[in-house]
Design a protein around this ligand. Structure first.
Ligand code: NAD
Length: 404
């Protein structure tokens, strides 16, 4: 008899909370991660990532014997693949982790097992993995349930959203969809929407591309308004008074591991068709470059007017307000670009949500504001909303933080 009901492969930001949630429903889960330190930490009932409520859930699940971790998969009824899907050079998706995780369980599969991919994946990945499985184990053809179910939780609220968010479940055939829905019903209270695997894969990519395109529209407006001498924040506020208009806010680009990444999973496969999606990526990337150029120009203008180099405060490094996550952050790009080939100016780099950074010396935001001649707001953190700037300082606010 199998000791475990569920094997989860990948115990990161999504895989570990998912494993803990399933285990908290008295279902025996075996979590697999190639990182032995992660495995060791979890088996001690501890966690290696920051996520509210996760520590208690993992501690209890391990103590009660419902969650165990290891570096190699074992037999179960259901296998969940939750490994990273980064992109390679030239913005092409890298599904090698999904493939390697799948190869690891192929010898363990038995007729009637359920295999689900949760990793954000390019369209057709689930079918590709099905082919791989049946190539290696032809005797199992049509005897497995194979499905795709993307994750759409918000970091910081994962333990709640895992239970209450609606989910899209797409099988490679109807019986696989139904089997996967039955599986998720055990611990999801949100609605489970049935579709096929390709649509479910595309749905996840669509959600994040839609956000990217909407932000690109706001960023494009900010470039136009800068040239036209119009306050973009006032403009958007006024346009949004229309009952059917809802424009998002511009910033110094788009970052994070989802919105700045997932659209490339579409553009790589459909370059001729994905015109707006591809352009949105371009506009959002260009906005970061433009911000860096604006800062360099402000620096030169200050020098011309005052006969000395300004001290510059670069406020914020995270990819969005009030978090400590710097992945794919446009603010980090802007700071690196501004610092490039400039050893002579004095910069104060500020990020109130982290203590240290591997490349930058950080300064407390109040000290930076007091000492700097030029203050650049890159992220709309709470702390920056009530900035008290002394007279004669230059402000470059790329996120409307001080006008909101
Ligand atoms: N983090 C999010 O907010 C979020 C939201 C929605 C979707 N996703 C998607 O979920 C997937 C997982 O993301 P994450 O944030 O949990 O990643 P993560 O980097 O936090 O964790 C992935 C884990 O998988 C492990 N791993 C890699 N290859 C493995 C293998 N072959 N076998 C076993 N373990 C392996 C890594 O060591 C790591 O611990 C990605 O496709 C991501 O795009 C993430």
């Amino acid at each position: 008899m199998k000791s475990y009901k569920v094997v989860t492969i990948g115990l990161g930001y999504i895989g570990l909370p998912t494993s803990a949630l399933i285990a908290s429903n008295a279902v025996k889960v075996f979590g697999v991660d190639i990182n032995p330190k992660v495995v060791e930490t979890i088996n001690q009932g501890k966690i290696h990532i920051v996520e509210p409520e996760l520590d208690k859930a993992v501690e209890k699940a391990v103590k009660d014997g419902f969650l165990t971790a290891g570096t190699k998969a074992t037999q179960a009824d259901t296998y969940l693949v939750v490994v990273p899907t980064p992109f390679k050079e030239r913005n092409e998706p890298d599904i090698s982790y999904v493939e390697s995780a799948t190869r690891g369980i192929i010898p363990l599969l038995r007729a009637g097992d359920l295999y689900i991919i949760e990793s954000t994946s390019p369209v057709g990945t689930t079918e590709k993995m099905m082919e791989l499985i049946y190539q290696e184990r032809p005797e199992l053809k049509d005897k497995l349930y194979i499905a795709y179910c993307p994750e759409r939780v918000l970091p910081g609220n994962v333990m709640y959203e895992l239970v209450y968010n609606d989910r899209v479940v797409g099988g490679i055939d109807e019986k696989s969809t139904n089997k996967a829905v039955e599986f998720y019903k055990q611990f999801v209270k949100g609605e489970l929407h049935k579709t096929n695997a390709r649509t479910a894969e595309m749905c996840k990519l669509t959600e994040n591309s839609s956000r990217d395109v909407q932000i690109a529209f706001a960023n494009e407006l900010s470039l136009i308004c800068d040239k036209a001498d119009i306050n973009v924040w006032e403009l958007i506020n006024l346009a949004n008074k229309h009952p059917r208009v809802n424009i998002l806010q511009p910033g110094c680009g788009v970052g994070g591991h989802c919105i700045a990444v997932d659209p490339y999973f579409i553009t790589a496969d459909f370059p001729a068709e994905a015109k707006i999606i591809s352009k949105a990526r371009e506009v959002n990337n260009y906005k970061s470059f433009w911000c860096a150029e604006k800062i360099k120009n402000a620096k030169l203008e200050f020098e011309l007017e005052n006969g000395r180099k300004p001290k510059i405060a670069l406020m914020g490094l995270a990819f969005k307000p009030d978090i400590d996550d710097l992945r794919e952050s446009p603010a980090v790009y802007v700071v690196n670009k501004v610092l490039e080939n400039d050893n002579s100016s004095e910069y104060f780099i500020v990020e109130p949500n982290i203590e240290t950074h591997k490349s930058f010396d950080l300064t407390d935001y109040k000290i930076a504001i007091e000492k700097a001649d030029v203050i650049v707001v890159l992220v709309s953190h709470q702390e920056f909303k009530t900035l008290e700037m002394g007279a004669g300082k230059v402000l470059l606010d790329f996120c409307g933080s001080t006008t909101a």
